[in-house]
Design a protein around this ligand. Structure first.
Ligand code: PMP
Length: 296
């Protein structure tokens, strides 16, 4: 699913056939989860295939590397150029792009001096599908920001996401909603969270969340559409039975909730701000303008 017999990937400055890539089982990323990655989407637009907010994603990758002591000596401009070249070489138009900075063999508990950069891409549908989600409050909380750099997109952090998603699936739900260490609602395993009450959207402030690029885009679109968004802390009880809710993320895009913990949201999805924003987001990523304003 992620590659075919003809897939080309980027690895440390070279273009290789995917079969030439060898994983190092002694890698510090394998053993301890020290690695940084990104996920971005390319869309076919009237200007040709464009990667949505590519500069922002690569800035976040370099920031994640910096926070984690991972050496990644590439400029945002070069990384963006490689990504377009990757799409070209693989003849991909609508695609998901995954850069990963991973470590060499190192069993010490200090960041190894050198990192490798791998970039691959594949065609990928919406991460959480297209149907409204039945979500459960997770018994797993987001990591304590004093334990990890929660704003960095680090491989090892995703063990927390996997635990929460597994638990939700095992209990017959589609997805999980995690609280932070203080019991405030934070986000999903791989997406940010908004809910609607009395015409206002609420989302968790920065501090315990991964501040998503889609979340920021949705807040900009909401501003343009005169939809009020408040970044503040709230509890599960505030969300249960509210008017509506949705997740945002590059892979998931904007996807609505049917229920939280079996309690349905009040408004029909197609009458909500989430629905309006889902469509505004789709038109934005598919338009030419979105990409012109994304400057380094
Ligand atoms: N939170 C987590 C944990 C994620 O993995 C993602 C996806 N990168 C998001 C939020 C959403 O971020 P973005 O909108 O930048 O894709």
């Amino acid at each position: 699913m992620y590659f075919t017999d003809h897939t080309t990937v980027f690895h440390n400055g070279e273009w290789l056939h995917v079969s030439e890539i060898k994983a190092d089982l002694y890698s510090q990323t394998m053993h301890y989860g020290l690695g940084a990655f990104e996920g971005m989407r390319a869309y076919k637009t009237p200007l040709g295939t464009q990667i949505f907010r590519a500069n922002e994603h690569y800035r976040r990758l370099l920031a994640s590397c910096e926070m984690m002591g991972i050496k990644c000596d590439y400029s945002v401009e070069d990384l963006v150029a490689y990504s377009y070249e990757l799409l070209n070489k693989n003849n991909l138009k609508n695609a998901y792009i995954r850069p990963l900075a991973y470590m060499d063999a190192n069993m010490a508990l200090r960041s190894a001096s050198s990192a490798n950069l791998f970039i691959c891409a594949w065609e990928w549908g919406p991460l959480l599908g297209e149907k409204l989600l039945k979500v459960m409050s997770s018994s797993f909380q987001r990591p304590n920001p004093r334990s990890l750099h929660v704003e960095a997109k680090v491989s090892g952090h995703y063990v927390n996401s996997i635990l929460a998603a597994n638990e939700a699936k095992a209990n017959g739900y589609d997805e999980a909603l995690l609280t932070d260490m203080n019991g405030n609602v934070a986000q999903g395993p791989g997406a940010n969270f908004f809910f609607e009450k009395d015409g206002v959207l609420y989302t968790a402030p920065r501090g315990h969340i991964l501040p998503g690029i889609t979340r920021a885009t949705i807040m900009e679109l909401a501003r343009d559409l005169d939809i009020r968004v408040r970044e503040e802390f709230f509890k599960t009880e505030d969300v249960e039975g509210a008017d509506a809710a949705f997740f945002t993320g590059t892979a998931a895009e904007v996807i609505g909730f049917e229920s939280l913990n079996g309690i349905k949201f009040k408004k029909p999805w197609d009458t909500t701000h989430g629905y309006t924003l889902r469509h505004a987001y789709k038109s934005l990523v598919l338009s030419a303008e979105a990409h012109i304003i994304d400057v380094v």
